[in-house]
Write a protein that binds this ligand. Sequence first.
Ligand code: ZN
Length: 275
Amino acid sequence: MEENVTGTTSTAWKTIWKLKIPPNVKNFLWRCLHGVLPTLSVLASRHVEVDTICPLCHLYDESLRHLMCDCTHVAALWQSLPNCLMPIGDEDFGDWLAGTLMGDEIVMIQCAARLWCIWCERNCVVWSQKNWNAAAASMEALRILESWQPLTGNRLSASALNSAARTHAVVPDDAFTLLVDAAVFPNDGLASYGVVLKDSDGNYVAVKNGPIRCVQDAHLAEAIAIKEALSWAYERRLSNVVVLSDCQTACKFFNGSLLDFSSAGCVIQQCRVLR
Ligand SMILES: [Zn+2]
């Protein structure tokens, strides 16, 4: 059994080595694979005096698997990658990663971008006292993936870079783009939004994120995120802007003439005024 695990890990490392991603991310994946990334639980096992509680949810010990896969605060990053199955039962994180790395190459690169993003954003929380923002982290994962495009020979398709709803969007050549996302954590009563502004050539111009107070309804959170994005564009005096959201309900009501009398519908109505 042990030989199999070692063999799988060794095969996974060969796969990582061949991936078209930056060398520091390959090194990071190697450390994930061997369980030596300095999470708080790993530090405690090495007799470093640390509080092992997860810095994102403050509910469970920060093991590698909890941080990368199980923590409710990282769920939003994986929802946009349905082809990647999460670990089940008491599966070891290294075994899960090794298995994932034997799959489709594009899924592997998408998976690597998310893991790297979670680690970098988590480090900002631990070492720079930054607040975790799941929606902003999702946007950052997308930005990381796009920054790797030249390495992959532009093999990441639009669908790999964007969610289904965004892929079908038609953006005029001269328009700015606002990528909008929201994340809700019903158990904590927390929600957050993230907005990325790109120019007509697809270059990143600015990023904005923040909390959404007292909202536990995903539809309402998405509507508020769109309103925040539009208000931001208005402040920046941008007139030719396309808003891209993966919330189909919000898009349907925003683009249609139907009235939605829910709280989210009222926010969408306010967005129409900003349009
Ligand atoms: Zn957690």
